[in-house]
Write a protein that binds this ligand. Structure first.
Ligand SMILES: C[S@@+](CC[C@H](N)C(=O)[O-])C[C@H]1O[C@@H](n2cnc3c(N)ncnc32)[C@H](O)[C@@H]1O
Length: 130
């Protein structure tokens, strides 16, 4: 196994993978980077590669501290020691996420897990050859 520490918005995959997994990450991708991020995921995959994603549902907003007047949806997060940071936090309703992924050529099977989480298995929709 190889561990790489990198900025995912500039990192390029050195090879293709059968499987890509990320949890508690998609909600931190700024909306304007959503399409480019999913293009990166596609570039990481072998032709039959699969993706599995876990993240949080909009109901989580009730237990977050929204940051007002930000250029992207964001929340305040306090770390040990009391410092407070802003974190991008985009909470997609399953239907909305499904629509956005569909528009980018992904086939996603989104399932909710309790009130807080969703999980989804994804693959690239095959392009028509005719
Ligand atoms: C909510 S945490 C989730 C961590 C892990 N998936 C888990 O479930 O424990 C989000 C992670 O994204 C990382 N992160 C934030 N911006 C990043 C970036 N531009 N490139 C790579 N990682 C980033 C943070 O350091 C943090 O570890």
């Amino acid at each position: 196994m190889q561990l790489v520490e990198a900025d995912l918005f500039t990192w390029r995959p050195p090879e293709r993978y059968d499987f890509v997994f990320f949890s508690a990450w998609l909600s931190h991708v700024p909306p304007q980077r959503f399409a480019a991020f999913w293009a990166l995921v596609a570039d990481c995959l072998t032709p039959d590669g699969r993706v599995f994603v876990i993240d949080e549902l909009p109901a989580v907003a009730a237990v977050e501290r929204p940051a007002a007047a930000q250029p992207v949806p964001a929340v305040h997060r306090e770390v040990a020691g009391g410092q407070v940071f802003r974190a991008v936090k985009v909470l997609y309703a399953p239907d909305e996420l499904q629509g956005r992924l569909d528009a980018l050529g992904w086939k996603a099977d989104i399932r909710t897990v309790g009130w807080r989480y969703f999980s989804t298995s994804l693959r690239r929709r095959r392009r028509s050859t005719c």
